[in-house]
Ligand binder design. Structure first.
Ligand SMILES: [Zn+2]
Length: 201
C-alpha cells in the first residue's frame, strides 16, 4: 500500500495504544520503515537521468532487504536505542512493522494479475520463507482507496475527540492548530444542523 496508508494505519495503532509521544513516533516509523528498501529507486533514476550505467537497486532490493523479520528486529533495536523502554511499546513497534507487511501482502499487486508483490520474510539472507497471496489486489485497487478513506475518517474523528493527530509527530504547535480548526468546523456543522432542524417560522 502507499506510504500514506501505512502511516495512517500505524498512527491508528499508536494513538489507540499509548499516549507517550516517543512511543507513538516509533510505532509510526515502524509502520513505514519496511519501505526504506525501496529508496534505491532514487539512485536508479538519478543514474538514468545522468546517463550513467543503469542500476537495478529498486527491483533487486525492494521487498527483499527490509520487508521481513530482519527489518523488524533492526527497527525494534533502533527504537530501543532511541529511548523506547517499555516492553509493550517495543511489541507495538514490532506489530506495527508487521501490519505494514500484512498490508503489502494483501494489497500491493502490480498492474498485471500475475504481478504479485511477494514477502521475503527471511530476506535479505535467503529467498526461503517467501510467500504471497494469490488474491492480492492491485496497489491502485479500490480496496486500498477504501481503506485509506476509512483511515482518514478514523484519524479525523479521533483527532477531534482526543485532541491529537499525526501532525503531533512533527510539531505540537501545528497539531494544536489542526485540532482547534477541526473542532471549530465540527461546532459550525452542528450549529448549522440545529438551525436546519429548528422550529419552522
Ligand atoms: Zn512495503
Amino acid at each position: 500500500m502507499s506510504p500514506i496508508t501505512h502511516l495512517l494505519a500505524s498512527w491508528a495503532v499508536a494513538e489507540g495504544c499509548t499516549s507517550n509521544k516517543r512511543e507513538r513516533l516509533w510505532i509510526c516509523l515502524a509502520g513505514v520503515a519496511p519501505d526504506v528498501d525501496g529508496l534505491g529507486i532514487a539512485v536508479d533514476l538519478t543514474n538514468e537521468m545522468l546517463g550513467r550505467a543503469p542500476t537495478q537497486f529498486y527491483p533487486h532490493y525492494h521487498h527483499f532487504l527490509f520487508h521481513g523479520i530482519f527489518g523488524a528486529l533492526v527497527t525494534v533495536a533502533i527504537a530501543r536505542a532511541a529511548g523506547v523502554r517499555r516492553l509493550w511499546a517495543l511489541v507495538l513497534v514490532f506489530l506495527s512493522f508487521h501490519l505494514h507487511l500484512l498490508c503489502d501482502f494483501v494489497g500491493a499487486r502490480g498492474p498485471d494479475w500475475y504481478d504479485y508483490w511477494v514477502i521475503h520474510y527471511l530476506g535479505p539472507f535467503t529467498y526461503a520463507g517467501t510467500f504471497w497471496w494469490s488474491h492480492q489486489w492491485p496497489l491502485n485497487g479500490w480496496q486500498n482507496f477504501l481503506i485509506t478513506i476509512a483511515l482518514v475518517a478514523w484519524t479525523f474523528a479521533r483527532t477531534i475527540r482526543n485532541g491529537a493527530s499525526p501532525m503531533s509527530l512533527v510539531s505540537q504547535k501545528w497539531d494544536s492548530t489542526l485540532v482547534c480548526t477541526l473542532r471549530q468546523w465540527r461546532l459550525q456543522i452542528q450549529a448549522a444542523r440545529k438551525r436546519n432542524i429548528g422550529p419552522a417560522t
